[in-house]
Design a protein around this ligand. Sequence first.
Ligand code: NDP
Length: 363
Amino acid sequence: SQVQIPKTMKAIQADKTGGPEVNVLREIPVPQPKDNEVLIKVQWTGVNYIDIYFRTGLYPKPSYPYTIGQDAVGTIVSLPPASSSSSNPSLKIGQKVYTTAGNAFAEYLVAPVDRVAVLPDDLKPEDAKDGVSMATQGLTALYLVKESYAIRKGDWVLVRAAAGGVGLILTQVTFGSSFNNASLHQDRFGLRLAKHLGANVIGTVSSSQKAEIVTQNGVDHVLLTTAPSEENVKKVLELTGGQGVHAVYDSVGKDTWDEDFEVVRRKGTVVSYGNASGAVPAFTLAKLTPKAVKITRPTLFAIVNTQQEWTEYTDELTDLTRNGVTKYAVHKVYDFTEEGVRQAQVDIEGRGTSGKLLIHVSD
Ligand code: NDP
C-alpha cells in the first residue's frame, strides 16, 4: 500500500544553546531514509531530561541547527530496499512502532531498522503512547537493574528521582517488598518477577506529593531531598542495619555524588547515569578505596547497542508490559507547538513532574 508522503514537515529545532526559547517551530524537508532506515510518521513524541542537557550545552551537539527529541511512537510509512532490510525483516508498512532514533520532535523521522521495535500487538490504540515511555526511559530502567547493578533478591537499593520518568519504571521493575499489596501488579508473571528481583527500594523525591506517588508505585521507603543530607544518610543506614545499600542508581549527579559514597555499603555499586543537577565533579580513584566501591557510568546507547541487544531488551520490555509488570504514567500531554514544547521543558526542569511528558504530534 502506497502512502502519500509530503515534501516538507513541521519540526522543532534549536540553532544554539540557551533557555527554552531556543526551541523554534520550522517547516523543513521530510528526511530521506538511507538504506537500512525506515521512515516513520510520528504520532507521539516524549520529553527526556537529555533534551535539557543538549539545550543547555552540558552535552555538546556536533552541529546546528538540530531537530530536538529522542524517541517517538508512530507508523512505518516506508521500508528500506528488500536487500538491506534483512536485519529486521519483520518490519512492515503500517506497523505501529517505537524508536530511540532521535530527531523526534517532527512529523516524520528516519530510524535505522535496528532501532525500531514493534509495539505489542495487543496494546489498545489509546495506549500506543506507552511506547514512548518504553523507549529511552523504559529501556534505561531495564538495563540499569539487569546490567549496571544486577539486582538480587533481598538487596537494598537507593533510587534517586524515584518519581521521574525513569524512576517510576525503575522502581516497578525492582519492586519494593510491599509489592504484594500493590493492586497495580497482581498478575502471576508480575509476582514471579517481583520475587525474582525482590529488592528493598528506597526512593528519593523532592516533594510530599511525589512521595505519595512513589509509595503507591510500591516503594517502601521514601526520603525527601528537602531534608538535610545527614538525616537522610542516617535513615538509610538505620534501614540497612548500619551497612548501607548494595547499589545507588543516581541520575542527579553533582548534588548527590558525595552522599552516594556515604549511603553505599562496603563493596557496593554507585551507578551514575545522569546529571539533572549538573555534571559529577572530577575525582580521584582514592574516593573508591575506603569501601572498595564499584562505579559505573552507563548510557543507553553503549549498553543497548547491537541488533541483538536491541532485540533482547525490547522483547523483554514488551513481555513486562504485556504482563502488566511495568505500567507507564503520563504526567501531561503537550501541544506540538513552540509554546507546548517550551512549557514541557520548563516543567521537567522545574522538578514538579512525575512520569512521562508527552507531545501529541498527530492522530
Ligand atoms: P525525570 O522525569 O526523572 O526528571 C528529572 C528529575 O531529576 C526531576 O523530576 C527531579 O526529581 C530530579 N532532580 C534532582 N535535582 C534536580 C535539579 N537540580 N534540577 C532538575 N531536576 C532535578 O527525567 P528522565 O526520566 O527523562 O531522566 C531521568 C534521569 O536519567 C536524567 O538525569 C537523565 O539524564 C537520565 N537518563 C540517563 C540515561 C542513560 O542511559 N544514562 C537514559 C535516560 C535517562 P526530584 O525533584 O524529585 O528530585
